[in-house]
Design a binder for this molecule. Structure first.
Ligand code: ACO
Length: 362
């Protein structure tokens, strides 16, 4: 496939299509929201990597490979034990991801699976390490969502929670050339290893304007406290030219379909327990639409759903990563096949060429 003119940046992808005019997102031609309703994370991951849904044996094989990848090598456990407990969880996972040599016979497909399983297991490892708890492996029969619930919340995960997290992971799977995916593609375009491309993407995802927004959403909702205070909060924040996390999008200027689906899931789970923050989020959404016409993005109700499921806020970005790693690796492999470095042209706006000032004799 041809790379884009001067830049080398891929302007073509067969992976996902963000239809901003139709308020839809498609993975390999299938509606992402429909997939989230009807498929499992593992089926959606296979679809993104291979371009088609798996057969029963292929799905069983992928589940088996992911479960094996979630069993971490002892070398990684040793590195984790030496990390400072106060390190940001996302920084610790990024460090650990690069701490184990890739198996010499790993094919890139197998490596993508390995990285996907490892991000989930490393998230749990890092969380347990900071709590002073020993490493723990999830039962092999659990999928990515079930493992995250079992390892991070310590529960025997019930089917409805697994289904909700599965759906949320699918909604986070891929999104065209978003910032972290672009970072993965830039790294891959130079011939860097897949784990390096994923580390670049994870570093990019952490920022507050990208996946880091979901933890900020929760802090904002806590600060507002009650639905009645949302209107005033929005007016004051906008007057100070603040950007509210969980709102706005570079391409979805109408509705972000993922936000709609996550809102439904969040309402269901918040309704079973403490619905206060979900209610504040709904009030905030109404106030933002009224004041500025800005709509919720994926992070608003991902935050309230993850919170309702019992996850700590500083792990939200890693839950996002445990899904988006599928997109990062699929894009990195697609970019690698182009074999062309991404190197955008840049307009120079500094001083015109000029002589060095005279310095006399040295
Ligand atoms: N709160 C307040 N105002 C906003 C927000 C917001 N969340 N988002 C955009 N605006 C305003 C901008 O200030 C700008 O106003 P101006 O024209 O008066 O300067 C106008 O809306 C247009 O915004 P842009 O800056 O053009 O939007 P851009 O496409 O550059 O940024 C982004 C998109 C980064 C998502 C932005 O909306 C934002 O900062 N949102 C908050 C952080 C966030 O939720 N990030 C997660 C995004 S989704 C994801 O990455 C998973």
């Amino acid at each position: 496939m041809a790379a884009a003119g001067d830049t080398g940046a891929a302007e073509h992808t067969s992976l996902s299509f963000l239809d901003a005019a139709g308020d839809r997102l498609y993975y390999r031609g299938y509606d992402a929201v429909e997939l989230a309703r009807l498929a499992s994370f593992e089926e959606a991951a296979f679809l993104l990597w291979h371009g088609r849904l798996p057969g029963a044996a292929e799905l069983a094989d992928l589940r088996h490979q992911l479960a094996a990848a979630r069993v971490l090598p002892s070398a990684m456990l040793a590195v984790a034990a030496a990390l400072p407990r106060e390190l940001r969880p996302v920084a610790a996972v990024r460090t650990l991801l690069s701490s184990s040599p890739k198996p010499s016979d790993a094919e890139s497909g197998g490596e993508a699976i390995q990285l996907t399983g490892r991000i989930a297991a490393l998230t749990a490892l890092v969380h347990r390490h900071r709590l002073g708890l020993p490493p723990m492996a999830a039962p092999a029969e659990l999928g990515q969502a079930g493992s995250l619930l079992a390892l991070l919340i310590g529960l025997e995960p019930d089917a409805s929670r697994v289904r909700a997290l599965d759906a949320a992971l699918i909604l986070h799977l891929d999104l065209a050339l978003n910032a972290s995916t672009y970072a993965a593609r830039v790294a891959a375009s130079t011939g860097a290893e897949l784990d390096a491309a994923v580390a670049a993407a994870l570093a990019t995802l952490e920022g507050r304007l990208h996946g880091g927004a979901s933890a900020e959403v929760l802090a904002t909702l806590e600060r507002i406290g009650t639905p009645e205070r949302a209107g005033d909060y929005v007016l004051q924040a906008l007057a100070r030219k603040q950007r509210l996390p969980g709102f706005g999008h570079r391409h979805f200027k109408g509705i972000d379909p993922r936000a709609v689906a996550l809102k439904e899931l969040s309402r269901t789970f918040a309704g079973g327990g403490d619905a206060r923050l979900h209610d504040v989020a709904e009030a905030l959404e109404t106030a933002m639409a009224g004041a500025r016409g800005l709509r919720a993005n994926v992070d608003l109700y991902a935050a309230t759903l993850f919170h309702a499921l019992g996850f700590p806020a500083d792990l939200f970005v890693l839950l996002f990563a445990a899904a988006r790693v599928v997109g990062w690796t699929a894009h990195a492999l697609e970019q690698r096949a182009e074999d062309r470095v991404i190197w955008p042209a840049c307009e120079y706006i500094g001083p015109t060429p000029r002589p060095l000032p005279s310095r006399g004799n040295p």
